[in-house]
Write a protein that binds this ligand. Sequence first.
Ligand code: HGY
Ligand code: MN
Ligand code: MN
Length: 413
Amino acid sequence: MNIDEIVSRISEDLEYIKQFTATPGEGCTRLPFTPEARSTVDYLKKIMTEAGLKVHEDEAGNVFGILEGKDQELPCIMMGSHYDSVVNGGDYDGIAGVISAIEVARLMKENDVKPLHTFVAVGFCDEEGMRFGTGYFGSKAILGQLDAEYCRHYTDKNGVSVYDAMIEYGLEPEKIKGAKWDISKIGSFIETHIEQGPVLDSCGIEIGLVEWIVGIQRYMFTVHGRSDHAGTTPMDMRKDAVDAATKVISKIPDWAREKADGTVATVGYIKTIPGGMNIVAQDVEFTVDIRSKNNDHIIDIVNKINQTLQKEAGAFDGSYESDTKLVITPVKLSDLMLDISEKSCMEHGYSYKRMLSGAGHDALAIGQILPTVMLFVPSKDGRSHCPVEFSKYSDIGKSILVAYDLIQNLDNQ
Ligand code: HGY
Ligand code: MN
Ligand code: MN
């Protein structure tokens, strides 16, 4: 197979898809159930059809390209990633893995491969959780983990629920259970993805073989105080939600550092309400995203946050709320698929490294239940979730060839 032809096709696709952003010139902003998502899905359907795949869009907004296998009784081999992005993100996160899956199908067609197992290329909806604060929406949907109540509960910063956003997009959230697959029909899941970190790029290594993906817990905390005049209210008479919240927020990074094993904790969003510079805040909202390969460490930090919020808000007779956005445990990926992938790297002469993923990915959700593997390609300077995110098409092409070998091997098992 000619990697230059692969690079030519995937670069054409990824360059074309770059236009589907709500922030042109300021990175990729492709949130779920938006016009940008619709344009991307329509393009994915087009190239899936051109690749000879049967196309299907499900009740959750996921899009599938299906190459029927000779033996319909066998479980399928699924490959893909997500087509959504963060705000002002990069042009490779997720979407490169979706295009890579479609390219594998093209290669099978080009080489007249009629697989025994059905091959499914998938573009998942809303892996990032950027709009509604959750995450892994599309992959959770095929696992049967979502219902209409879930869609009603979560809202974006404008108060639009997942439920209403889906209806506006043309979906029927009451039917979201219809997106569930019979898990016995999926034999394995493969996700190729940019590393989004510095390891491969700094070591000059071409392929990352992901052994573990960290567990993640995400919360939105709201501290309730009392709004007052900023000038006339003595300090000892205030019920200052900012005072309480910041005493907790300032401790969170050290609680992660103390674990000294790569555990990370991030406060990515803070908002004071009503948000006037001469008003003692009524409320403060802030998010926490905690990740570790050691689930006990995540739980310990969450406990510390709750205990300290209880103490600091209680000091002025205030209160706080916690909205759970995501709880998912660390996952060990498939040794069999890692070994096959490692053998392919050696045969191709690609440098490779077994590693941990600090980013979540749809593989984190699917790997809880099904044999799963991830293949990483280097991110320039380790940067991601920002407009300068960059990976070389030639590196993406190499990951496609390794994935292709893996899939041929699995298909012949
Ligand atoms: O946040 C993550 O780990 C991924 O990029 N969704
Ligand atoms: Mn991603
Ligand atoms: Mn991401």
